[in-house]
Design a protein around this ligand. Sequence first.
Ligand SMILES: [Zn+2]
Ligand SMILES: [Zn+2]
Length: 216
Amino acid sequence: MAGISRAERARRQALLEQGLKECTKCQKALPVAEFNRDKARWDGLDPHCRGCRNSYKAANRETLAEYSREYYAENQERCQRLTREYLRGRRAEDPLFARLRTAASKARRLGNHVESFTSEDLIHSWRGQGIDPAKCIYCDSPFEQIDHVRPITLGGPHIPENLIPSCAACNSEKRDKPLIDFLADRAEAEDTEPHPAVGRYVTTWEPTEADKETAA
Ligand SMILES: [Zn+2]
Ligand SMILES: [Zn+2]
């Protein structure tokens, strides 16, 4: 209760003892129930009575609405900024994150089946099949891209079971080729054995005749 005299303070306390408080706006002594609570105040009460608060709100409805619109707009910008910062951070610490997001939105645009899973889920699934997430499954070069074994353009679903780690060169060479043709070409050219985990993908995700017609 800074800034008021000892006498004024005594007067207010005497009023409070009778269950009354003087509104600093309309100057009326009213029952304390007429005041909103305000923990920050010495008596735990709003200095203005509810009546005064309500008429202020009524008189300033437009201004208050405008204020809350501005507040929202500013906050929206802040939220968007925080989201951008979050995504930037995730991309930096998790190289799969951005690739998965891009692939999922492409698959969704094409109307393909999209499951929601994290990079950790995918890595776990790869490790479970003996696939090294840091290497291209076709040539052992460092991981660069996610290959949709059954291509997204051929209706391939965006699910962990349809994804394998690839390098950019292999991914672009494979493109929309059925996996079995790609592997056959590879084996012929380089006399290499495909990674044992690839076999499962060959049987699971060969394009159907309908897929081939759609892609043609
Ligand atoms: Zn009042
Ligand atoms: Zn490769």
